[in-house]
Unconditional design. Structure first.
Length: 113
């Protein structure tokens, strides 16, 4: 699982550099996220702009990462593709996560909060 972390002013942005998060890679995704979120960032933004497919196992992995970070840190999402956004909307997880429209906006909003 290819993840690209970058930190700006205490906000960690993790860009998923894969086109799917599904049952075949959900465990690997959770482990890699655990590794890259070990730092002191108080907010973590998961950039899903390259992810074209997310199944229930992938959704469960994203929720598991949110729980891993809680209660001290918050997981936010950005740049959801239409297919991935639909999964979050249909499962009502869009009411649980803060979702930013695109990576650049997420970074700007993160600096303001």
């Amino acid at each position: 699982m290819k993840l690209k972390p970058s930190t700006i002013q205490g906000v960690l942005t993790v860009t998923v550099q894969e086109n799917r998060i599904d049952a075949a890679c959900a465990l690997q995704f959770k482990e890699r996220m655990r590794e890259v979120t070990q730092g002191n960032a108080h907010r973590v933004i998961l950039d899903l702009g390259q992810v074209q497919f997310l199944d229930s196992s992938g959704l469960g992995a994203v929720v598991a990462v949110m729980k891993l970070l809680a209660p001290d840190r918050k997981l936010e999402l950005s740049s959801l593709t239409p297919t991935v956004e639909k999964v979050f909307r249909l499962t009502r997880m869009d009411t649980i996560f803060t979702i930013h429209p695109q990576g650049g906006m997420a970074g700007q909003n993160a600096l303001k909060a």
